[in-house]
Ligand binder design. Sequence first.
Ligand code: C5P
Length: 482
Amino acid sequence: MRFARNFEHLIALLGGSEAVQARLGVGPSALSNYKARASLPATKFDLLAEAARQAGWQLDPDTLALAPLAGMRPVVLLIVTGGIAAYKGLDLARRLMDQGCQLRAVMTRGAQQFITPLSLSALIGEKVYTDLFDLTDEAEMGHINLARSADLVLVAPASAHFMAKLAHGLADDLASTLCLASEAPLLLAPAMNPVMWASQATRDNHDLLIRRGVQMVQPADGDMACGETGTGRLAEVPDIVRAALAALAGGGRIIQPAKTASLAGRHILVTSGPTHEPIDQVRYIANRSSGRQGHAIAAACVARGAQVTLISGPVSLPAPHGVRLVQVETADEMMAAAEAALPADIAVCAAAVADWRVENAASGKLKKQAGGPPEMRLVENPDILASLSNHPRRPQLVVGFAAETDTLIDHARVKLAKKGCDWILANQVAQEQGLVFGAEHNQVVLISNAPPEIWPEQDKQAIAERLADQMADSLARPDAAQ
Ligand code: C5P
């Protein structure tokens, strides 16, 4: 358990799973095996220990716990702003210290309504700064020094108000002044009421900050302290720690560029969910599809700064924040919406489009009749993936999905050629395990012109994150992997 958690932290510190696989010269399944067995072959440990050392950390051979090398403790400036989640700032500070970070902390006036500077100060063993004018004293650290001493500025929780101040460059208190005066990467973990999170003003501020390279740990869904349900709850503390370590990746003062902006300036079209093909006014033909995978991909692309058009069939999921949602019912409508959304840099066709529609669909409700069931004539629907792949305004990268029951890789290869797309994410339909349809987890193989990549079984969000990262890499290196 401890090994697996520390291993994840280490992967985050070293720039993500792909970077670690490349460093170790292994595939993704090897990483899962090491995690499951809670041990690493000695040669692989040595490679990771060296990479960690270069980043300023020492690696424990048994538990993979990270301890900073002497004199290399990264400084995290934690800014706690107002909100009920402020109390989680205490746990966050402790966990960051467990990871060897040195903490400096600032609390806004709002935060002090929820926790006291004294409790945070007792925890980190340092003065907690609250006031711009605290810092004019010779004995104190000036605000410029406080800003410059940080390797990472982490705002958690970040309130809607604070995001708005950052977006506009306001500097009317210590916390906002420090953000403006620091050159360190800025990581925000927003937390607020779901309606405030969804409001256009917050959306615009969020998008603007992402475009500027600010990193975000997106808030979670669930019940809020205010009694409402929706998106806006502070992300889980271990997720924020992981994101902070990833932002500190490279260690010491060397910071990697923000991964979150890797799709900035790109337009990505994603199809998701089923289509409903009417039989009559109340009945329809459809494939099973929850839309989870497609919606997760759209969210992962937004989180990386892309402009996303999500064309969704009827689903019960809310659209991820920040997408342009086009709701459709039928394959014909989905096709038209996809064409209207062009030009796009990438198209991801994750929708489970019905292959056929009823040519002679009835306008009212068909009645049961003595003569038996009505005759239905089926005609083929447009293939959206194939059309986009062969379109005069073809996106640079076209990605499809394939659910197969047998000889997965061979079938997916045939499909790749037949449709003319660049990548297919193929998954085995394993009814007995409940994988694929509506499930949280999924196991996929990425088929392209390169050798197949078998991804470990993981949740659909993780698949979406990995796909988004690989798409960003592929656009950055257009000759690669397509
Ligand atoms: O041919 P098959 O339905 O197995 O192909 C699956 C892939 O093709 C998925 O990416 C799906 O979104 C896409 N597709 C499509 N339009 C169709 C049928 C499938 O875009 N009419």
